[in-house]
Design a protein around this ligand. Structure first.
Ligand code: DAH
Length: 337
């Protein structure tokens, strides 16, 4: 072998020995065997040799080429294995590391408040009743003493369906459905969606209400007050309250209950519109005409009822001034609760 060729082989060998990884081996392949590699260049140079030398030199270069090529292939295989082994070692799962947790979901503030309110009444011995969201006009209005042409129907702008039914405008029809199936004494609450053609910063076309009804012998206005005072104290803490006379067709007398504003302690602020009071619910003694509709003995039984908006309670509770925040599902808003 010519001196220059054996030098080339030696040079290659020492470079291969010091190659650290497959990338470096690949660089060697390019350097020696690539299109512009040392060996290729030498093969190209054959043409310049005198014809009688070409054959022998060409054979020698080819031998060297094969030698380098085989040696590189072997080195490449071994190096690739070594690299894979190192990678696997590095990736071996460490079972002692703490897990990755997804941020758990939470109840929507409307749901939280609804459950809180329901729990207070359930603890007082009320049971939870249900009724449909698509309701007959009879249950939503007539049986609650709101006849067809009664102006009270306009108090609540109704969504009418082609079937002649309505999307219930209140949870009060749950009272009727409950009384149709059960005899007194009873203490029920009903919770669910209601619908009205109404939409602005304090009104949403769909919102939630909680209804309550107590019927029995000798149920009086003081039972109503005692129950509702206990409720607001549980919900908002001990604070001043008042009952204002009001009107609902299904109760007589009717009232609205206010509590002293929880934000300004009655001094007057934005939340209570400077009145110092926050309206929390409507209530009253069940109108005997409602009992007649469900064939309860009006001589024997009396009762009281109440109703409140859940979103409204959530807004009062948390000082939220725009009801739409509760329906936009903005995670930045919801995470605050
Ligand atoms: N249904 C009434 C409303 O939607 C709320 C209400 C007031 C319910 C007085 C009652 C009640 O049961 O006694 O505005």
């Amino acid at each position: 072998m010519s001196e220059s060729h054996s030098n080339l082989l030696q040079q290659y060998s020492s470079e291969r020995e010091s190659a650290q990884n497959t990338a470096e081996l690949e660089a060697l392949r390019v350097k020696y065997l690539g299109k512009k590699g040392e060996i290729t260049e030498q093969l190209k140079g054959l043409g310049k040799l005198p014809p009688d030398e070409r054959k022998a030199v060409g054979a020698e270069i080819n031998r060297i080429k094969n030698e380098i090529s085989e040696s590189l292939e072997k080195a490449m295989r071994e190096m690739a294995l070594k690299e894979q082994e190192t990678k696997l070692q590095a990736e071996r799962p460490d079972h002692s590391l703490p897990g990755l947790f997804n941020r758990p979901g939470t109840l929507h503030p409307v749901d939280q408040v609804a459950r809180e309110i329901a729990d207070i009444f359930l603890a007082m011995g009320f049971f939870m009743a249900e009724g449909p969201e698509i309701e007959d006009e009879y249950y939503n209005f007539e049986a609650l003493n709101v006849p067809s042409h009664h102006p009270a129907r306009e108090m609540q702008d109704t969504f009418f369906l082609e079937s002649g039914q309505v999307l219930r405008t209140q949870t009060s029809p749950v009272q009727i459905r409950t009384m149709e199936t059960l005899q007194p004494p009873l203490k029920m609450i009903g919770l669910g969606k209601v619908f009205r053609r109404d939409s602005d910063i304090t009104h949403s076309p769909m919102f939630h209400q909680m209804e309550g009804l107590v019927v029995g012998e000798n149920i009086s206005m003081s039972d109503l007050k005692g129950t509702l005072i206990m409720f607001v104290e549980n919900m908002f803490g001990k604070r001043a309250y008042r009952f204002r006379p009001s009107y609902f067709p299904f109760t007589e007398p009717s009232a609205e209950m206010d509590i002293q504003c929880i934000f300004c302690e009655g001094k007057g602020c934005k939340v209570c519109k400077s009145t110092g009071w926050m309206e929390v619910l409507g209530c009253g003694m069940v109108n005997p005409r409602v009992f007649e509709a469900v064939k309860y003995d009006t001589e024997k039984y009396t009762g009281f009822a109440f109703g409140m908006g859940i979103e409204r309670m959530a807004m009062l509770r948390y000082g939220i001034n725009d009801i739409r925040l509760l329906f936009n599902s903005d995670i930045r808003f919801l995470r605050q609760f």
